[in-house]
Design a protein around this ligand. Sequence first.
Ligand code: TDO
Length: 185
Amino acid sequence: MLRVEPTALPDVKLINPQRIGDRRGFFSETYNRQRFAEAGISVEFVQDNHSLSAVAGTVRGLHFQSEPFAQAKLIRVVRGRILDVVVDIRKSSPTFGRHVAVELSAENGSQLFVPVGFAHGFCTLEPDTEIVYKVSAYYSAAHDHGLRWNDTALGIDWPVAPADAVLSDKDRRQPRLAELPAYFS
Ligand SMILES: Cc1cn([C@H]2C[C@H](O)[C@@H](COP(=O)(O)OP(=O)(O)O[C@H]3O[C@@H](C)C(=O)[C@@H](O)[C@H]3O)O2)c(=O)[nH]c1=O
């Protein structure tokens, strides 16, 4: 059983897999190709990633890879809590520059499906937060790009002040939306 909810961006989906609880805890199918396809998500995932962020207020993003390594992603949290954010960066999209922000946690088990053509990032809301995600193309450093997380043009209400955010050096210097080449039409 898979409950798929639309978001404010038509192609971005919030997925709530069923959890079957018993005295021991719960069991959940976090990915089932057939059920996802029935729900309209027919993507072949080729790589699974896992990251740990030690400090609450860590921001990773906003990231995407360009063609031919563009990635759809399926994000979930296995420990802690994040505000997960996706931004539509398809230049001719009616929702270009618009974003969706949802809370994903180990507790709610929700997943966010991020299609190709979107930048993705998150802010951790608890220490020692771990996320696990599937991607539909292999990592390629040469095709890895970013968008400035706190570009005011995006209007994202991040739960951390810029001075307090823990960021990689790379993410401190990402271009703003207006400076981004047309990676996706
Ligand atoms: C993403 C990635 C990184 N790496 C390496 C590169 C570098 O040495 C180290 C850390 O990379 P980064 O700083 O890019 O890691 P991180 O900032 O966690 O990057 C991730 O952020 C989130 C928001 C996403 O959406 C992901 O697609 C990915 O871009 O891991 C891989 O070997 N494979 C990968 O797939």
